[in-house]
Design a protein around this ligand. Structure first.
Ligand code: ASP
Ligand code: MG
Length: 419
């Protein structure tokens, strides 16, 4: 059995859905298709959710945008014979509208998950109806019934044991050899919807592969494979045909967008290879991530993570930055759900880089302010170079204002300010 994952960009319009059909149409072996919300629909649903939660009264406009977007795709795919798909889509809209008419609870994260899930529910509903129309029926599964998580809304933790039992009962491949289901969303034992974190569909694909012992996973993307740098930012990038799990997890953790950081573990644990291929050129091989014995010689790989905030804390009473202080700083970061992208300390300073989030910035700084003098730089970039050499460092940082520098055997990292 194989798992195919199609992200939002691959199904951003009717052409994308037709292309998905072409890719799966030649398949004869057991397959699970995991799909994200179409195009930027998760962002559009975030706008809707925020309007609902803060009672701005703009929910109707936001919902209309979502309806119009899907209606255009349905029109292109089904023309006038759209009765069946419209019935299914209307049922989803009614469910969503029932939520929007009720008063929001006090928990934003809970409301977020129960609204945001409609992106994936709509995409899988439309795509499964299209596959059926084309004579390639894939059994529709509501993943919320078998991927079970805790109630940590927006970043839910998966109950692997229970999910394994339920998934094995659901994906039996007895009466079909093809299933279609949603990425990113999941459910609790009490039927609440949860999500696995933004861009979490890769993780869903990896989890299903792990729980069902798939042969491999393929992520279909708009890039030809794993590149040594983002081709949108740099010239002369190259494909890396083979990567170890360890290398891949380091890269995604440093901010490489090609795969979600949580994706690797479930695959590594069962030795399942992950293919990254282009949905635009499905005949080309792309890249594979798997267990590799040989010491591969890799070219310099660089990741440019923008919109970072660099903070430097110095205790006001001139005391050392020791364990106790660090643990309190970490607790504050955890409270705001902030992840450290880089850190460095000296006797009386602690510097770190986090994703900048304007919404919580003031409160976060305020909390540290009594104990520390806080200096910060907004809008800096974190540049990571794996397998570096002096030439590439010079080329990428030579003309930049470097604020922090860190090197280990394989990795050089720089916090740079655009000047
Ligand atoms: N649709 C979700 C998002 O945009 C999940 C995903 O695409 O992987 O974050
Ligand atoms: Mg997406």
């Amino acid at each position: 059995m194989n798992v195919y994952k199609f992200g939002g960009a691959s199904v951003k319009d009717a052409e994308g859905v037709k292309n998905l059909f072409q890719i799966i149409n030649t398949r004869r072996e057991n397959l699970i298709i995991v799909v994200s919300a179409m195009g930027k629909m998760t962002d559009a649903l975030e706008v809707l959710c925020n309007a609902y939660f803060s009672k701005t009264g703009h929910t109707e406009e936001a919902l209309q945008r979502i309806k119009d977007f899907h209606a255009a795709i349905i029109q292109n795919l089904f023309g006038s014979s759209n009765e069946e798909v419209m019935k299914r889509v209307e049922t989803l809209y009614q469910e969503l509208e029932t939520i929007l008419k009720s008063d929001p609870s006090l928990c934003y994260d809970y409301e977020y998950d129960r609204i945001i899930c409609f992106g994936e529910l709509l995409s899988t509903t439309i795509i499964s109806a299209y596959l059926e129309k084309q004579g390639r029926k894939a059994k529709f599964i509501d993943i919320r019934k078998c991927l079970i998580t805790d109630q940590n809304y927006r970043n839910a933790g998966v109950n692997l044991e229970l999910s394994a039992q339920l998934c094995r009962k659901t994906f039996t491949f007895q009466d079909t050899f093809m299933y279609i289901t949603q990425g990113f969303i999941a459910g609790t034992t009490t039927n609440q919807t949860t999500t696995l974190g933004r861009e979490g569909s890769d993780y869903t694909a990896a989890l299903l592969a792990n729980l069902l012992d798939a042969e491999d996973v393929t992520i279909w993307k708009d890039v030809p494979g794993i590149m040594n740098a983002d081709p949108k930012l740099y010239e002369n990038t190259e494909i890396i045909p083979k990567l170890s799990y360890k290398e891949a997890i380091e890269l995604s953790n440093c901010g490489a967008k090609v795969i979600h950081p949580k994706t690797i573990k479930p695959l590594q644990n069962k030795g399942i290879p992950l293919y990254v291929r282009s949905f635009l050129y499905p005949e080309s091989h792309g890249s594979v991530i798997r267990e590799l014995d040989e010491k591969l010689k890799l070219p310099p790989i660089y990741i440019n993570k923008g919109d970072q905030l660099l903070l430097t804390l110095s205790p006001r009473d001139f005391s050392f930055i020791a364990e106790e202080k660090l643990s309190r700083i970490f607790a504050t970061l955890a409270k705001y759900r902030l992840r450290l992208n880089l850190m460095q300390n000296s006797a009386i300073t602690f510097s770190f880089c986090i994703d900048h989030n304007e919404a919580i910035f003031e409160n976060f700084i305020q909390e540290l302010h009594d104990e520390y003098e806080v200096l910060y730089n907004k809008n800096v970039r974190l540049l990571t170079i794996r397998h570096y050499n002096e030439e590439i460092i010079e080329q990428l940082t030579g003309h930049k204002n470097v604020l922090v520098e860190q090197r280990s055997r394989l990795t050089a990292r720089f916090v740079v300010a655009d000047n």
